[in-house]
Write a protein that binds this ligand. Sequence first.
Ligand code: UT7
Length: 320
Amino acid sequence: MATGIIGTGSFLPPTIIDNNELAKLVKTDDDWIREHTGIVERHIATDETTSYMATEAARAAIENSGVDVREIDLILLATLSPERATPSMSCIVQDKIGALNATCFDLNAACSGFVYALQTADAYITAGMAKTVLVIGSETLSKLVDWKDRSTCILFADGAGAVVVTQQERGILSSVTHSDGSKGMSLKCKDRSTRNFLNRKQEDIHYIQMIGPDIFKFAVRKVPACIELLLQRANVNKEDVAYYVLHQANARIVVSVSKKLGVPLEKFPMNIDHCGNTSSASIPILLDEMNRNAMLKQGDKIVLCGFGGGLTWGAQLIEW
Ligand code: UT7
């Protein structure tokens, strides 16, 4: 038996901002953004919050799975952009959906958050500590971005994705996660004041700051190695994987990973053109799109791989 995904769901805020609209805010243009990132447009939250979008994605995943909400005994929510420190986003979702029997907590592994949360769900299920787990990635990065900084505001976007997992005949075959805090400051964001009245000095910068090229190089080096290790642990060949579902950070990263692995780009589905980079939400949003478009067949082997702030990276191999 294995931890298998039995339902998927997602939510994207209805407001869409295309590259031409961003060119009115910062010195950039549609060609540059398309060529350097693959993004054409993205969904941006107005009044929608991280917990609201998570709730909508969760409702869709639960409906898709067919489970009774009272069966859910664990809710894990990955985010780096919660709208409050407490109550946690997962506790808010629990209340909204009526999952009375769930234990709830949030976790932050930035853009790797979803694969970390799925690994945690697998560990709980394998240990017999949970039976039915709701795993969510939800982000309102637009509220952490400096809309005067063209190196970040063109990239990040908002949305949420969710899955329901339980013990099944097919599911997670192997799982790998890594962290390297020594390089963490190349992608950073202070989320609220960390000073008290004794050491208040100057206004901190609370926006996302990123040394983009450093993160790019980190991703194209670590992701192929991580996937190779994942497949080796499960004794599965690269050719036998139906889809490589990578975090949608930048289309050029996906292209580079496909070349380095020697796997055709057709096996790397992408939705970054219309979703942008939604950090922990990008993998479950893409997975939900694939599921609803009937791309996933029983027995397909699928790799999920996240990477980003922390620095963190990780992957799962799943038999669908
Ligand atoms: O989500 C997980 C973590 N994040 C990532 O994985 C993101 C990884 N990094 C990236 O995706 C890319 O580094 C970016 C998309 C952020 C930037 O693309 P790049 O090709 O690495 O550009 P760059 O930072 O090397 O800048 C190249 C040039 C610079 O001009 P000069 O110095 O060559 O004259 C920048 O000032 O492009 C300029 N530039 C822009 N020009 C027009 C930077 N941003 C823009 C912009 N529009 N939006």
